[in-house]
Ligand binder design. Structure first.
Ligand SMILES: [Zn+2]
Length: 285
């Protein structure tokens, strides 16, 4: 069933677990997440990232995600990941998304607040949840500095500013920077759990972990214990599927594309099964 992010994360808060968000630039990514979630009887979030519009436009993948969610036996939120402007947010809501992220984190604090407020106003009127970001999560391959040469520490979310930000905007979840980065890790992540706990205590709302693939089981559990309720999980699963496809292509003389999609689907399922069971504290049989 299709649920809002607010409903999905409220249950996670009560049960002290996290809900995995899986990006869906391909049909296989979406099917893998839904099939595993149904098997484990665990809630999930299917996401379309605005940057993936060049792989598959939201007009095509969006209705598929909404339908998958409506027909599923478990709660699913359909979410816009890193939306950059109000027109993209409106488009997602028109298609039937139950949650949107507005990422105005590169703007000045005041502009970030005003942009987020506008989105919250519109989304909440349509019973759609909103996630926003404070602090800057860089992409991988940068090795501890952003492209402007700032050390990551300077971009971490400040717990006191987080409190003000959430009070002023009334968002449903906050993407906070406390040591994770997007993509594949080029150096060991060093998560700042004290900062995370202070942020969570201050905002009294679910905290979202971006760059949430590639961490250890212990790191996931510690993050959940300190207030993380949504884990954005994608890069490492996509790489696992890529590795499986590479192996398949190397071993077979004639490669048919539809068989490649099945190889990818199975590899994604295997990876998601481990992730979802860790996030929701379920034993896998
Ligand atoms: Zn992100």
């Amino acid at each position: 069933m299709l649920v809002t992010l607010q409903e999905n994360l409220k249950k996670a808060d009560e049960g002290n677990y996290a809900v995995g968000q899986f990006n869906c630039p391909t049909l296989e990514a979406a099917r893998a997440a839904v099939e595993v979630a149904e098997e484990l009887k665990a809630p999930i979030i299917l996401a379309h990232a605005e940057v993936h519009d060049e792989i598959v436009p939201i007009e095509i993948i969006g209705p598929i995600l909404v339908n998958l969610a409506k027909n599923a036996s478990i709660p699913i939120t359909v979410h816009l990941d890193h939306g950059t402007n109000i027109s993209m947010v409106r488009k997602a809501i028109d298609i039937g998304f139950s949650s949107v992220m507005i990422d105005a984190s590169i703007m000045s604090y005041e502009d970030n607040i005003n942009t987020v407020k506008e989105v919250v106003d519109y989304a909440h009127r349509h019973n759609v949840s909103v996630e926003a970001e404070l602090g800057v999560m860089t992409s991988s391959g940068i090795g501890g500095e952003d492209t402007g040469g700032n050390h990551l520490g300077e971009l971490y979310t400040d717990p006191d500013i987080a409190k003000d930000f959430v009070e002023q905007t009334d968002i449903d979840a906050l993407a906070a920077a406390f040591g994770t980065v997007h993509g594949i890790y080029v150096q060991e992540p060093n998560l700042d759990y004290d900062r995370l706990r202070k942020i969570h205590d201050n905002i009294q709302r679910p905290v979202v972990m971006h760059g949430g693939s590639g961490l250890s089981e212990e790191e996931y559990i510690n993050a959940i214990d300190n207030g993380v309720r949504k884990i954005n999980y994608y890069s490492y699963a996509a790489k696992a599927a890529g590795d499986a496809v590479k192996e398949y292509v190397n071993q077979n003389k004639n490669v048919f594309y539809h068989d490649v999609t099945i190889v990818a689907l199975e590899a994604l399922k295997k990876d998601y099964k481990k992730a979802i069971s860790t996030f929701t504290l379920k034993e896998i049989s």
